[in-house]
Design a binder for this molecule. Structure first.
Ligand code: MG
Length: 398
């Protein structure tokens, strides 16, 4: 038996352990450019590895989640957020007998298109790109893995599997969807992606709500007293306090956050199993043809989770200190775009050449997209350095 045949048989054995509604590589639409299979890894393990070895993945280390990178060494960055999403998503996938390799690949790639300075950076870039199709970090993540990474001799991008790309593209305008063939079809038909994609989306939310509670408390921008007004936090705080009253607040907080994550994960698994039964789901086609997602919290937990989200929105993301950082970040991104757009000669050589090529094909919007890709790829500190170089100012981020 040849080695490659042995691999194929192993992969089939591996897939047989999965639920009949899981994604399996044997029936996947596969890659855009066909490639020989790997002798040691499944196709989705290969996708995960391609993401980990990408340049965009390494940049996540220096991109803001909520707190600017230099504000403290212990806050989440876009990279540690991504790793927490992957951990939570994999646990859920395994419990539901879904494809864990695919789930991990989607989770690790889900924020590759995020700009520097968190949501403030994305909002500013979107405004700059208003006349040229806008900017959306989710769509940009797909652009990174489909077009912008330059790692392979035969094609641009990472040539990921259809199902990984489907999971990365969480939202998409109808206009964009129409230009994307099979990948855009579900946005037009209003149907759903795989369960692996659905659960990773919720794992993202579980991760950021909880680590933002932790980071928020660490920063002092929110307090335990305030959080006690949030049911999901308070119910666990009361239990932990009763059982471990002697512990420091810091240790108690970690226990509370751990319990909240556990409640959300267990509820999501239980409710999703119920939904699968309710809708008689017996195949991946069943999952994809529904017009509602199957991965969901129970109504009770959904409402408790929404209350936590609203709390963080009001008290952390819109906190005056975070807001000051956001205003400054928006100013820098906007100025960078303006300066590069008015004088493309200011772009580094490689991007300048691409801008001139794209200008011949798509005019001003071609140039704008090259600039947008360049700015979106910047880490926080690189954006600051470029801003200083371009404007010859030296304004701090705070
Ligand atoms: Mg995320």
């Amino acid at each position: 038996m040849s080695t490659s045949k042995a691999y194929v048989e192993n992969a089939i054995v591996d897939s047989s352990r999965l639920a009949n509604y899981a994604v399996i590589q044997e029936t996947s639409p596969g890659r855009r450019f066909s490639e020989p299979s790997c002798q040691t890894r499944t196709e989705f393990q290969r996708d995960r590895d391609r993401v980990i070895h990408s340049t965009a993945f390494r940049r996540l280390e220096y991109k803001t989640q909520v707190f600017i990178n230099h504000e403290g060494d212990l806050y989440r960055t876009r990279l540690t957020h991504t790793l927490e999403v992957a951990q939570i998503a994999r646990s859920i996938a395994r419990a539901l007998r879904l494809n864990e390799d695919l789930t991990e690949a989607i989770a690790l790639a889900h924020d590759l298109g995020h700009t520097a300075f968190g949501h403030a950076g994305q909002d500013a870039l979107h405004e700059c790109m208003q006349d040229f199709g806008g900017f959306e970090h989710n769509f940009q993540s797909l652009r990174v893995v489909d077009k912008l990474e330059e790692k392979y001799p035969d094609y641009n991008g990472l040539n990921l599997m259809f199902d990984t790309r489907e999971g990365i593209l969480k939202h998409c305008s109808l206009k964009n969807a129409r230009s994307m063939g099979a990948l855009g079809k579900r946005f037009i038909d209003r149907t759903q992606p795989s369960l692996e994609a659905q659960l990773t989306n919720i794992a993202d939310e579980i991760a950021y709500n909880n680590h933002d509670v932790d980071d928020g408390l660490r920063s002092g921008l929110i307090t335990i007293k305030q959080l006690r007004g949030v049911e999901l936090f308070d119910q666990h705080y009361v239990d932990v306090n009763k059982r471990f009253g002697e512990l420091t607040e810091k240790r108690k907080t970690h226990e509370v956050v751990r319990r909240i994550i556990n409640e959300l994960v267990c509820d999501l698994i239980g409710q999703t199993k119920q939904n699968l039964n309710l809708h008689n789901i017996s195949s991946l086609e069943d999952v994809r043809s529904l017009n509602i997602p199957l991965a969901s919290f129970s109504p009770e937990v959904k409402s408790k989770n929404s209350a936590l989200k609203s709390f963080l929105n009001k008290n952390l993301y819109q906190h005056a200190q975070v807001d000051r950082m956001s205003t400054n970040a928006k100013m820098m991104i906007t100025e960078l775009f303006k300066q590069f757009f008015n004088s493309p000669d200011l772009l580094p050589d490689e991007h300048r050449e691409t801008a001139y090529i794209k200008e011949k094909i798509n005019g001003a919007s071609g140039v704008a997209r090259v600039i947008s890709d360049y700015i979106a790829g910047m880490t926080d500190r690189y954006a600051q350095t470029e801003y200083n170089r371009i404007t010859n100012h030296n304004r701090p981020t705070e």
